[in-house]
Design a protein around this ligand. Structure first.
Ligand SMILES: Nc1ncnc2c1ncn2[C@@H]1O[C@H](COP(=O)(O)OP(=O)(O)OP(=O)(O)O)[C@@H](O)[C@H]1O
Ligand SMILES: [Mg+2]
Length: 439
């Protein structure tokens, strides 16, 4: 048996859950205890008070019964009735018939029950008409006899004070608990923010704080962040070091080749030029570690700039659709570079490129579509890998590149907490590349 359905009703935030875990049992216990306690106390007191009044009423009835006639009965009852603050009517001109009380008068039910249980001959008890008095009639003597007395004589006042005190302290404790909780949750939120920012390629100041568990999670995060940063730096340094060092022997090789017979050396010169090109691209790739800083920018402006620059360079590029124009934080040079690569591919493998932008709540998507052959689904993962060029027949006469364009675009997308998606373009029939950037 699983409790999956329960999950839908459990609050999602730590606040909500903590409140549930801490407050729910306390409130429940308090409610149960106080309701049961108050009710019991209340009932006992009401019963005892009613019993007392019953004794007094019985005494008055006895007096009336002993008297020879109604007039004498009235005289006999008068002093005691006055002393007990009970108003008596004998004979009762308008005797009460049947019991009545308002529905929410819970102690009234108990009063009626107790009176009926201990006093014989009751024809009716009236509590509804005036809630500050009890009026009842009895048929014990020749004529009906009626009594009216203060309601306070039979039931205790509602324990408002206790309830108010209880609710008041509960509120106070809740506020204090909330303040404490907020201080406990803040360091967790800070850690989450720092981790999210790092995932998007930003290093924000963070210092572990809070409870030991949170603190050690924070310290572990800082360790990890440092390790990753160091690794990236090392990779960049190593890559650019190697490619830089390779340039010198390559230049020497070219010089050597230029001294040879031109026809003989032609093929080799081509190879060396190719190597040179690869090295340059490689250096570019390695330099990726040194990206520009994130700034707030309107992505639509950036996309238009990319399109304009490409058109100026003679490429068939146009903007298809721009949906939403809110400023977002990103690294403009890096994104421009990724888009340049995608546009370069589009016009190299197709004839024209169309750019779109969709700004969503959580992410923005730059789309580059072309009318080329596209990339079959099975080859997409391969195409993104560094230095991979797909089936050379397709790339003939296209001035083949080194195979870094897509992997650089992917790298840049990842540094922005996003990804690069390759799909079929339904509109143009070629490739559709979505550069997704987290906001
Ligand atoms: N728009 C496209 N249409 C069809 N095939 C594509 C497209 N874009 C990329 N490809 C295929 O994916 C391969 C890898 O692309 P990538 O951009 O990484 O390298 P490249 O274009 O060959 O070289 P570079 O971009 O480094 O100059 C390409 O060789 C090509 O076969
Ligand atoms: Mg390319």
């Amino acid at each position: 048996m699983t409790f999956d359905w329960l999950k839908r009703y459990v609050p999602r935030s730590l606040y909500g859950r903590a409140a549930l875990i801490l407050l729910l049992p306390v409130v429940t216990i308090q409610l149960v205890v106080s309701v049961v306690f108050i009710q019991r106390l209340f009932e006992d007191v009401t019963e005892q008070m009613t019993d007392n009044v019953v004794l007094e009423l019985a005494r008055l009835v006895d007096l009336a019964e002993a008297a020879p006639d109604p007039e004498a009965a009235r005289v006999a009852m008068a002093p005691l009735a006055r002393a007990l603050e009970i108003e008596s009517r004998y004979p009762d001109p308008d005797p009460v018939r049947g019991d009545s009380r308002v529905f929410y008068d819970l102690s009234g039910r108990l009063v009626i029950r107790t009176l009926r249980a201990s006093l014989d001959g009751i024809t009716g008890i009236e509590l509804a008409e005036d809630d500050s008095v009890v009026e009842l009639s009895l048929a014990l003597l020749e004529a009906p006899i009626g009594f009216t007395f203060d309601r306070n004589r039979v039931s205790a006042k509602n324990p408002h004070q206790l309830l108010v005190l209880m609710i008041g302290t509960s509120l106070l404790m809740t506020i204090i608990a909330y303040l404490f909780l907020r201080n406990q949750i803040r360091p967790i939120r800070r850690l989450a923010e720092a981790a999210t920012a790092f995932g998007r390629g930003r290093v924000v100041a963070y210092r572990p704080a809070g409870a030991t568990e949170v603190r050690s999670a924070g310290a572990a995060f800082l360790d990890m962040r440092q390790r990753i940063t160091r690794q990236i730096d090392q990779r960049t340094m190593m890559l650019s070091g190697i490619s830089h060092d390779l340039r010198t022997p390559l230049t020497r090789l070219r010089l050597g080749l230029s001294l040879l017979d031109e026809a003989e050396a032609e093929a080799m010169t081509g190879d060396v030029a190719e190597m040179q090109k690869m090295l340059d691209a490689f250096l570019d790739f390695a330099r990726d570690g040194a990206l520009d800083d994130p700034v707030e920018i309107d992505p639509a402006v950036l996309l238009r700039d990319v399109a304009e620059n490409a058109s100026r360079a003679g490429q068939a590029v146009r903007i298809h659709e721009i949906d939403g124009a809110e400023p977002v934080v990103l690294r403009p040079l890096a994104i421009t570079r990724a888009l340049d690569n995608l546009v370069g591919n589009a016009v190299r493998y197709g004839d024209r490129a169309e750019l779109s932008l969709a700004v969503g709540r959580k992410a923005l998507v730059f789309t580059v579509e072309d009318n080329g052959p596209g990339i079959p689904e099975a080859a997409r993962a391969d195409a993104i890998r560094p230095f991979s060029r797909l089936d050379p027949a397709r790339n003939q006469d296209r001035g083949g590149g080194v195979g870094l364009g897509l992997s650089i675009a992917m790298d840049i997308a990842r540094q922005h907490g996003g990804t690069l998606r390759l799909e079929d373009s339904e509109r143009l029939g070629g490739l559709r590349a979505d550069l997704v950037v987290a906001r």
